[in-house]
Design a protein around this ligand. Structure first.
Ligand code: ADP
Length: 541
């Protein structure tokens, strides 16, 4: 999946997957947390509803008195009022359900009714509890409707007792309160009795339960569906999941942009390196205006490496060039001497020897010339004089020269479009044509043909040399462009072949912005093609 993909692409794919997983996790977590918070809120709301209703309900003399503020339905909470015996006095359960869940004061619980969870909270109003304040001050006994005395304003249910020299004891206060409520003293369970000093007299605050209830207790029960507000969270979760692709797409897009931006210096680095590689100009250096120290280090290392390569290649080039130059003179002398000797009247055996020396010296001369050309090309394009020339003429002249030397009865057919011109180094372009045509003849078939074609195709100039000779095996097709590679080593050497011809063709073509290719079949022949894409040969010059 990642093969051949750029680093920003791969980074972004990981990042998008990460964002996706993170988002899904986050939505699920938020949904669960929201859901839990909502349930807690529903539980508290239920308790609040019940307790608020407790203040709105009374039983006076056995008659249930529900005030108008009593809410039988508060939001999703339903309130049901029960008698002490567990009979419903008022209100109803939600959704028409019913349950025999026992009443439990102040107990919150979750109850399964008809397969669904309901929250239930009960609270009891205990009418057996009495609260009293008895103010025992000197003076007359007042009923609870009386006006307060000596600055004390009685509250509802309070008793003010005032009499001459009256100073109430606790027992007297209790007995007054019981009498007021008509409860016998034996039935009382006292819970609290607070005594305050009020204008030097005791003020009793009494809370007590009676075994003899004035009337029955009343229960208030709140009921709500546990998942009553779950729907909101379900909707929120669904919407969040629906928006997820959009969100991930936006995050992915932005992530890709950021990754691409951060990779820009690397891209620049790569492009400069490519430029150096394709231009084969090792004198170039990578210059990146980036403050990132890592990138800076990388480009420095790169430049150092290119620097070292440059000096080592240059040393090699100089050696080839110097060695070739030095060899040229002795080879020329050998050839001149051979020529001189061959012009003399010689013994047959001696003549054969000299002819053999002459042949090898010629082959060496050819090799030296090729090596010198390589060295020249590699030293850079500035060493060449480029000019606009007629390629058709050059190819024709090369083909005619080769035909004159003798071609093993091979016919050279020229299909050259006239006046194709391009910017070139004439001697190199002539060498390119010569190497291809002479190869076609050398590896051609006796009485066969060599077709030399040159044409403009769109903006391209296409030069091809075809033969019906021995052909090239599939496995050798890539290697023939390498220096000193010869398919049939033994045989080729006899012909004085160096294995440099095609390497030179490739180098000359590339120097002129062109590219080379070959199609071949063993025993059937080969076709070598050189294409100069923009037709002006100036790409590399
Ligand atoms: P050489 O000096 O040996 O011809 P080249 O570089 O010109 O060196 O060619 C490399 C090898 O490619 C040759 O040894 C030969 O085997 C093969 N070759 C080149 N041209 C042809 C062709 N037209 N047909 C068949 N084989 C070829």
């Amino acid at each position: 999946m990642f093969k051949g993909k750029s680093l920003p692409y791969r980074t972004n794919l990981w990042y998008t997957a990460f964002i996706f997983i993170l988002s899904v996790g986050l939505i699920i977590m938020i949904s669960i947390a929201g859901h839990m918070a909502q349930r807690t809120e529903a539980q508290q709301n239920l308790i609040r509803s019940v307790e608020r209703n407790m203040d709105e309900i009374e039983v006076d003399d056995g008659v249930l008195d529900i005030e108008s503020d009593f809410a039988f339905k508060n939001g999703d909470v339903n309130t049901v009022v029960f008698s002490e015996a567990g009979e419903i006095l008022a209100g109803e359960y939600p959704e028409g359900i019913s349950t025999d869940e026992p009443l439990q004061n102040g107990e919150f619980r979750t109850v399964d009714i008809d397969g669904k969870d309901y929250y239930i909270y009960d609270s009891i109003i205990e009418y057996s509890k009495y609260e009293y304040k008895i103010n025992g001050v000197t003076g007359d006994v007042f009923s609870n409707e009386s006006e307060g005395i000596d600055g004390y304003t009685p509250y509802e249910g309070d008793l003010n007792i005032k009499g001459d020299g009256c100073e109430l004891t606790y027992a007297e206060a209790l007995s007054i309160a019981l009498e007021d409520k008509g409860i016998s003293e034996d039935s009382v369970v006292l819970i609290t009795a607070k005594v305050y000093e009020y204008y030097d007299n005791p003020l009793y605050e009494l809370e007590f339960y009676s075994a003899e209830k004035a009337h029955e207790d009343v229960w208030v029960r709140g009921v709500v569906r546990a998942d009553s507000a779950d729907g909101i969270w379900r909707t929120i979760t669904i919407i969040a999941f629906m928006l997820l692709p959009l969100y991930v797409a936006v995050a992915s897009f932005l992530g890709y942009r950021i990754a691409k931006k951060s990779m820009k210096p690397i891209k620049e680095l790569r492009e400069t390196a490519n430029e150096i590689q394709s231009g084969q100009d090792l004198s170039k250096r990578i210059e990146i205006d980036d403050s990132d120290p890592d990138i800076k280090n990388l480009s420095d290392s790169f430049n150092n490496m290119i620097g070292r390569l440059d000096s080592s290649f240059s040393a090699q080039r100089h050696f080839t060039s110097d060695a070739s130059h030095e060899l040229r003179t002795p080879v020329s002398v050998i050839l001149a001497e051979c020529e001189y000797q061959l012009s003399e009247d010689l013994d047959e055996e001696v003549r054969e020897s000299i002819e053999s020396i002459n042949k090898q010296a010629l082959s060496m001369k050819n090799l030296i010339t090729q090596l010198l050309s390589f060295a020249k090309i590699e030293q850079g394009s500035h060493r060449f004089e480029m000019s606009e020339e007629n390629l058709s003429e050059i190819v024709r002249s090369v083909a005619e020269d080769i035909a004159k030397i003798g071609t093993n009865n091979i016919e050279i057919i020229c299909q050259l479009q006239d006046d194709i011109t391009m910017t070139m180094e004439v001697s190199l372009m002539a060498r390119l044509a010569e190497n291809l045509i002479s190869n076609a003849v050398r590896y051609g078939k006796e009485n066969g043909f060599v077709k030399v074609a040159l044409a403009r195709q769109g903006t391209d100039i296409v030069f091809s040399v075809e033969d019906n000779g021995i052909g090239i095996a599939e496995g050798d097709m890539d290697k023939i462009w390498q220096r000193f590679y010869r398919v049939d080593k033994a045989h080729s050497r006899e012909d004085g072949c160096s294995g440099l011809g095609l390497a030179m063709v490739k180098q000359i073509a590339e120097l002129h912005g062109g590219r080379v290719s070959v199609e071949s079949e063993v025993g059937k022949g080969s076709i070598f093609t050189v294409i100069f894409p923009d037709g002006n040969g100036q790409n590399r010059i």
